[in-house]
Design a protein around this ligand. Structure first.
Ligand code: NAD
Length: 329
């Protein structure tokens, strides 16, 4: 069977080549995202392999089905970018990589918190320019602060365990509780209580209709003055316009985001010579207390190995006609 790999960056190809040695698998790599204009590239392929910003809606599914595609292999955990019902109705199976490294994402969330708080990014630049002043570099102790965790699945749970080591109190909201985390001292509360009590809010729930824009004007209004919001989950958990207002009003003291609602037009691309047309990202970039990374929380060597190996396993199971361990049903 033939696999068309979309949104291929140099590092994706490098990891596939590392793990494909000796495998009788037929892979073609395309740099482009899979979209309305590029879906025809999948003609003659049985499988498409895609990433977080390939938006596979009903239309694309129809084109893929007409072109003979029978499997969509996601190289990620979240699957909000695929119309699963449309795939089912066209008899296309969808598989994902459910867990490749919760540590990678949880550790990046911590990196965002520490950088925003202790301003190491600013200190780095200052000192390289011979400026050894401490003015405006003041941070706060994490010890005894209350951290609000929304979503305590694999990444959220790992995050709780790490942040516990800083001596933080943890209050959490999830639609299902983890007994292990309760034993660790995590205090599950209704969502609004988490918003009210937390000094730092970290988002680790999936994007779905019940979580879209969970951070909005109303929820921001009940948060603590100067709250820090961290989002390494999915961009649309945050209403960007409302967060910009919260930052302008100084209600939000810090914002760290690894994901952004309109990221597919920006992230993973070098736009340094382009005129960026997205006014929201330009406004966010103008705040001294906002830190944006380009969906890199997952990006560790260990995670890349795991993503590639699980994707290959998913594809091999499909080719062999076996039941699909990581099928989204
Ligand atoms: P998971 O499925 O293990 O955990 C998700 C948790 O969210 C579950 O405990 C679930 O009960 C909870 N949840 C579901 N609906 C909820 C709601 N309405 N309110 C509160 N909690 C809710 O997933 P995970 O592996 O921990 O990943 C979480 C998310 O992280 C993924 O969905 C993905 O969007 C994101 N992610 C980002 C990156 C990155 O590089 N930035 C990498 C991997 C995953």
């Amino acid at each position: 069977m033939k696999t068309a790999v979309f949104s291929t960056k140099v590092y994706d190809k490098e990891y596939f080549e590392k793990h494909l040695t000796g495998e009788p698998l037929d892979f073609s790599f395309f740099e482009t995202t899979l979209n309305q204009n590029t879906a025809s590239l999948a003609t003659g392929y049985d499988i498409v392999c895609v990433f977080v910003n390939d938006k596979i809606d009903k239309n694309i599914i129809e084109i893929l089905a007409d072109n003979g595609v029978r499997l969509i292999a996601l190289r990620c955990a979240g699957y909000n970018n695929v119309d699963i019902e449309a795939a089912k109705s066209h008899n296309i199976k969808v598989v994902r990589v459910p867990a490749y490294s919760p540590e990678a994402v949880a550790e990046h969330s911590i990196a965002l918190i520490l950088t925003l708080n202790r301003k190491t990014h600013k200190a780095y630049n200052r000192i390289r320019e011979g400026n050894f002043s401490l003015n405006n570099l003041i941070g706060f102790n994490l010890h005894e602060k209350t951290i609000g965790v929304i979503g305590t699945g694999q990444i959220g749970a790992t995050f709780c365990k790490i942040i516990k080591g800083f001596g933080c109190k943890i209050t959490a909201y999830d639609i299902s509780r983890s007994d292990e985390l309760v034993k660790l001292g995590v205090d599950y509360q209704p969502l609004d209580e988490v918003f009210k009590q937390a000094d730092i809010i970290s988002l680790h729930c999936p994007l779905n209709p019940s979580t879209k824009h969970i951070i909005n004007e109303r929820s921001i209004s009940i948060m603590k003055q100067g709250v820090m919001i961290i989002n390494t989950s999915r961009g649309a958990l945050i209403n960007t316009a409302d967060v910009i207002k919260g930052l302008t009003d100084k209600k939000i003291g810090y914002l760290g985001i690894d994901v952004y609602e309109q990221e597919e037009n920006l992230f993973f691309k070098d736009l340094s010579e382009s005129i960026i047309q997205d006014d929201f990202i330009l406004r966010l970039n103008s705040f001294p207390n906002v830190l944006i990374t380009s969906h890199q929380a997952y990006f560790t060597k260990e995670a890349m190995d795991e993503i590639t190996l699980t994707t290959l396993k998913n594809i091999k199971e499909f080719e062999a006609g076996l039941s699909l361990t990581n099928e989204i049903v």
